[in-house]
Ligand binder design. Structure first.
Ligand code: NAD
Length: 344
């Protein structure tokens, strides 16, 4: 573990298994200097369980950076459940996971991520109080995805203003990869702002919905990079910006919800050299964790959440300006600011 390329002095890396339910999970706690670690739990199929560990290490570090940049009193952690290969009892699986979260006694607070819903959170809640993103209860904040989508939408507006000098999105084209909880919500915002949408997903039903409701043009998953668009919005999984995809990307701006969009840190410099404005993922997709933080505080206040989204816009603009001034990639600027806030 200590030699793992993604190990970054993580405070704890916890492996859980439960034969009765098929649970195999990893919870990585990166840093708790600013408060208990918080971050979503992902349920995903992994060809190799080692990839689940890598995901947890990378995603928990990104959560530390994200929470610090959003100015939250939370550290960074992430849970990954390896999707059982055979049929499984979902309730039993999440109960077992809830017991696992309980054993690390508040150093990690979980919420939703890819493949996990508020219903699953309700099951986890039967086993532990270290859970948020609930849709019932005194401070319930519900599904964080709509707030994430709003933060990404606002960030696209900031990026367009910075790179194209215009305040409106009307008439622009945005290519959206992944129409899940966040991606579809983002498309709705963009459609409302007069944007033409080009979309892709591996789920046909959601593509049909985007065509009929939002007039979106559908392309195959491997075609989304090369389409003629002003903005590329990766909203599926990580690694969308890689040596293979970047040369195809025609958009001048990359802003999306997905975590770990850059396949390697060097891709940030490659974007800069190509004149592509990349908005650091963990800054722009913080809406969901901001919403969760409101719940964790014990009193959900929508005005506080809205104020934090205003702050997010200022932060992203500041990163763009600093990057331009110093001639450095935006991801390098964001990482430096985040590490300063973490005292690293
Ligand atoms: P989701 O599972 O609801 O949606 C993901 C979508 O991507 C699905 O529709 C899926 O079919 C599609 N997809 C998967 N592989 C694809 C491929 N190769 N090409 C095209 N589409 C593909 O997840 P979500 O909650 O919308 O999250 C999307 C991304 O945003 C994830 O990377 C997640 O970690 C990140 N994120 C989500 C939140 C949140 O509030 N939900 C917050 C921060 C970051």
């Amino acid at each position: 573990m200590f030699d793992h390329p993604d190990f970054d002095g993580h405070q704890g890396v916890h492996i859980f298994s439960d034969a009765a339910t098929g649970l195999q999970a990893v919870i990585a706690v990166h840093n708790t200097a600013r408060g208990p670690s918080a971050g979503g739990t992902r349920l995903w199929s992994y060809a190799d369980p080692k990839d689940a560990v890598t995901d947890a290490l990378r995603l928990s570090k990104a959560m530390s950076y994200k929470n610090a940049m959003a100015g939250l009193a939370l550290g960074g952690g992430k849970g990954v459940i390896i999707r059982p290969e055979t049929n499984f009892d979902r309730k039993a699986l999440f109960e077992a996971y809830g017991r696992a979260v309980e054993t690390i006694g508040g150093s990690y607070i979980t919420a939703e991520d890819v493949g996990v819903s508020p219903d699953d959170m309700r099951v986890i809640k039967t086993q532990t109080d270290f859970v948020a993103g609930l849709d019932e209860g005194p401070a319930a904040s519900g599904d964080p995805s709509p707030v994430t989508a709003e933060g990404v939408f606002r960030s696209i507006k900031v990026a367009v203003r910075h790179a194209m000098g215009q305040d409106t999105l009307e008439g622009l084209t945005v290519a959206v990869q992944g129409l899940g909880h966040v991606g579809y919500g983002l498309c709705e915002h963009l459609f409302g702002a007069g944007v033409t949408l080009i979309v892709t997903d591996i789920n046909k039903a959601v593509l049909e919905r985007a065509t009929s409701e939002l007039g979106a043009t559908v392309v195959a998953p491997d075609e989304i990079y090369a389409v003629q668009a002003d903005v590329f919005a990766p909203c599926a999984l990580g690694g969308a910006v890689s040596e293979a995809t970047l040369p195809q990307i025609k958009a001048r701006i990359i802003v999306g919800a997905a975590n770990n969009q850059l396949a390697t840190l060097e891709m940030g410099e490659s974007c800069r050299q190509r004149g592509i404005l990349y908005a650091p993922d963990y800054v722009v997709n913080a809406g969901g964790i901001i919403n969760v933080a409101a719940e964790v505080s014990g009193h959900y206040d929508p005005n506080w959440v809205a104020g934090k989204l205003d702050e997010l816009e200022v932060t992203i603009e500041n990163i763009f300006n600093l990057a331009a001034k110093k001639g450095l990639p935006t991801n390098v600027i964001a990482d430096k600011l985040a590490r300063e806030r973490l005292g690293l």
